[in-house]
Design a protein around this ligand. Structure first.
Ligand code: FAD
Length: 393
């Protein structure tokens, strides 16, 4: 039988799309490869968006490899500023909407690496002074506005909200961080670590409004006025919302691909439709959305194997700590998944929190400030404890 010359098509050139393409090319230099993206296709590392100013970088300097070089290196065709608007899973083709018009491409295998979109804050969804930063072009647009922003309100005190607050504090005169939670990184780290982070951010000039609900918003052409449940009235030049991400599922849903919170895939990253796979922020792998870089790299390696051998290769996710990139008070956490309690060691410069189960096994940890220097020992003890449990089970 003549081998198919139809390409593998990857929709998305974020870390998921490009890392998959790189892994594929390590083992298969022959199969035609096509990538499609709504943006300009330059390769960059998204986590650097929230530390760019600290490292003195502007949006252009965040580009690691430009799109033309990516095309050459990957021996791929890359369609930029192009949206995939339809998937025909029976005929194995997609419809593209590009600046030069609409056309179709057939695929041998299709990979959805569509990413996720920032959740809108309902009262502000369409407001022109409301910003959400989830890619390099969003960041570039926001950077252009910075000169006109004296007071920035950030909504959300998760990893992204805290990192942006910390990164913008030297560029913006006044930053207010509004959060519905009692302290930052609530649900991720124990209260003591969250509070210590809050103090460090306050010391760098950020004002916190915790346990805060936005009751009303009014605006003029230049300003946004936010009234909180505490009756604080904040008048800002811009609002940045960082309240989480929702996987981009619409395209998949329209094509009859199963979706839930994200695009539903099994451990070999296969959807319910033949020859269609998903990875990255859009994917819900065995029931879980993992919107971090490490799972993307692991998924890309496994999927490259599946696509080249046509034998399903299951991805596995070893426990990986999550880092907060706030240089004045870094945090590293291995979130616990079982019952137990936190034990604390702290000095003026850092907190080490160990999560122990009833048998005294280490089930998670959180390090704040100087204590992050103990990251290697903690990871080692954690992995050791995992192995011991496996051996005794
Ligand atoms: C500020 C910030 C800091 C972060 N820091 C960290 C960190 O420190 N550590 C960590 O592990 N993770 C971090 N993350 C998360 C990590 O960056 C993401 O998990 C990862 O970048 C997601 O990559 P992706 O390729 O899945 O999605 P994306 O990068 O969002 O790429 C999606 C791609 O799909 C394309 N696309 C979507 N729909 C269509 C369509 N219909 N047609 C054509 N193209 C389409 C887009 O154009 C884009 O190319 C951070 C995220 C943010 C926002």
């Amino acid at each position: 039988m003549k081998p198919s010359t139809k390409p593998i098509v990857i929709i998305g050139t974020g870390l998921a799309g490009y890392n998959l393409a790189k892994e594929l090319r390590k083992i298969d230099t022959n199969t035609p490869l096509v990538l499609v993206t709504q943006d300009d296709g330059h390769f960059y590392s998204k986590p650097q968006l929230s530390t760019a100013f600290f490292y003195g970088k502007n949006p252009k300097e965040l580009i690691i490899t430009d799109v033309n070089t990516m095309q050459t290196q990957l021996d791929a065709t890359i369609y930029t500023h192009t949206s995939v608007c339809d998937i025909d899973s029976k005929m194995q083709k997609i419809s593209l909407d590009s600046p030069s018009g609409q056309h179709e491409i057939e695929y041998r295998d299709l990979v959805l690496a569509l990413g996720a979109s920032p959740k809108p804050f309902p009262l502000l969804a369409q407001h022109p002074r409301n910003y959400r930063i989830n890619n390099r072009l969003d960041f570039a647009h926001f950077e252009e506005q910075l000169a006109h922003i004296e007071h920035l309100c950030i909504i959300g005190s998760g990893l992204v909200g805290c990192e942006f607050a910390h990164d913008f504090v030297k560029k913006v005169k006044q930053i207010s961080l509004i959060t519905i939670d009692p302290q930052p990184l609530h649900n991720l780290v124990p209260e003591q670590v969250g509070k210590a982070l809050q103090r460090a951010l306050e010391n760098s000039g950020i004002t916190f409004y915790t346990n805060a609900r936005i009751e009303s918003i009014s605006s003029s052409a230049e300003k946004v006025a936010l009234t909180l449940n505490s009756q604080d009235n904040l008048i800002a030049d811009a609002v940045l919302t960082a309240i989480g991400l929702a996987p981009n599922c619409d395209l998949a849903k329209k094509a009859g691909i199963q979706t839930s919170e994200g695009i539903v895939v099994d451990s070999s990253l296969k959807t319910n439709q033949p020859h269609i796979y998903a990875l990255g922020d859009c994917a819900q792998i065995n029931g879980i959305c993992r919107q971090y870089v490490a799972p993307i790299l692991q998924s890309a390696r496994a999927l490259a194997q599946t696509l080249t051998t046509q034998i399903p290769c299951a991805v596995s996710f070893p426990p990986t700590p999550i880092s907060l990139k706030v240089q004045t008070y870094p945090v590293i956490v291995m979130p616990p998944s079982q019952k137990g309690q936190w034990q604390f060691e702290s000095d003026g410069e850092g907190i080490k929190a160990l999560f122990m189960d009833d048998e005294g096994n280490l089930k998670g940890y959180a390090l704040g400030g100087k204590a992050v220097e103990q990251r290697q020992e903690c990871l080692k003890s954690f992995m050791q404890a995992q192995q011991n449990v496996c051996l005794t089970a």
